[in-house]
Design a protein around this ligand. Structure first.
Ligand SMILES: Nc1nc2c(ncn2[C@@H]2O[C@H](COP(=O)(O)OP(=O)(O)OP(=O)(O)O)[C@@H](O)[C@H]2O)c(=O)[nH]1
Length: 305
């Protein structure tokens, strides 16, 4: 650390499916935090990973469900996802070099026109290893004619070309302020969130309509064990005492079943043994906390770690 001020903020990665968002996150964040999920699209913005660049903490967020509006429900999700991009400090649009300006890219550009005012959008043309230089330059010009990007980067997320320049630039753009996550939690943050989402998903599957509104799952503790397994402690927060019984079920049947299926899925995902411990607690004021998170530009309290 130098005596430069600390910086921190959210960077949203958007792009068509397969544009390379996961690969890019992995490169930016480093192997340790590279576990990325394509699971449950329930939250408005999900944390993909946290990168440190000098004095800056860059939190990469995803806007799930952005580009596959199939049903009405999905359309509502698309609107929410755009909200996620709008809330980020910087949004990076990933375009695949060899596919160029597809219909999907055009739709995204239209979206940028709508929400773009006063916000920073950067362009990252990815997979440059797949095209010749002239094609690349023509595409960069074409895209910049269509939208006034703050900066254009040409990268290969897979091979790592240009990734460092992009990360350094992002770090410079972030507002000054204290880091959002303690350093010792960064490494397993995405994993904590994924694990919480898995439990929440199992609760939903089990309880359907009965699922109490205002329910959150948080991973409170993640402990690596010497034998290669991990102990994971989660709390299911409900708003009212009466909801507790619903989650527990008769003789604790419900929570037991949920715990078993969540553990099985987590073990499969991690490829190792997991000891999962679930607790149910009443936290009536969690709505206020939710607001606090929204103020930070994120609405990830549901299913958050
Ligand atoms: N040749 C080449 N392939 C790449 C590059 N970056 C990513 N890929 C490949 O593109 C495919 C999609 O990459 P992902 O990172 O999964 O894409 P994504 O945008 O996260 O996909 P979704 O989350 O499913 O929308 C993978 O097979 C990657 O290996 C690159 O720079 N060059």
């Amino acid at each position: 650390m130098t005596d430069q001020p600390q910086r921190a903020g959210f960077v949203a990665l958007i792009g068509e499916p397969n544009a390379g968002k996961s690969t890019l996150t992995n490169q930016m964040v480093g192997a340790k935090v590279s576990i990325v999920t394509h699971k449950v699209q329930t939250t408005r913005a999900r944390i993909r990973g946290v990168a440190i660049e000098g004095n800056a903490q860059i939190v990469f967020v995803d806007t799930p469900g952005l580009f596959q509006p199939r049903r009405r429900l999905d359309r509502a999700m698309v609107a929410a996802a755009w909200g996620g991009a709008a809330d980020a400090d910087i949004t990076v649009l990933l375009v695949e070099a060899h596919r160029g300006v597809t219909e999907g890219v055009k739709r995204i550009l239209e979206g940028l026109e709508e929400i773009g005012k006063g916000r920073t959008f950067a362009l990252a043309i990815n997979k440059i290893d797949k095209v010749k230089a002239e094609v690349l330059l023509a595409l960069a010009k074409d895209l910049n004619d269509r939208y006034d990007f703050a900066e254009t980067f040409m990268i290969s997320a897979e091979k790592g070309h240009g990734v460092q320049a992009l990360r350094a630039w992002l770090a410079e753009q972030l507002p000054e302020g204290p880091w959002l996550y303690p350093e010792d939690q960064i490494a397993d943050l995405p994993m904590r969130m994924i694990a919480a989402e898995m439990t929440r998903e199992k609760l939903t599957l089990r309880l359907h309509q009965e699922l109490p509104y205002q329910l959150t799952v948080e991973t409170e503790n993640w402990e690596e064990r010497k034998d290669g397994s991990a102990r994971v402690d989660q709390v299911i927060y409900v708003a009212r005492d009466g909801h507790k019984g619903i989650i527990l079920g008769k003789k604790g049947e419900t929570i037991k079943a949920v715990s078993q299926s969540a553990r099985a899925e987590l073990e499969e995902f991690m490829g190792r043994k997991i000891h999962l411990f679930l607790q149910v607690k009443v936290r009536p004021n969690w709505l206020d906390e939710k607001e606090r998170y929204s103020e930070m530009g994120l609405d990830f309290k549901d299913g958050n770690a």
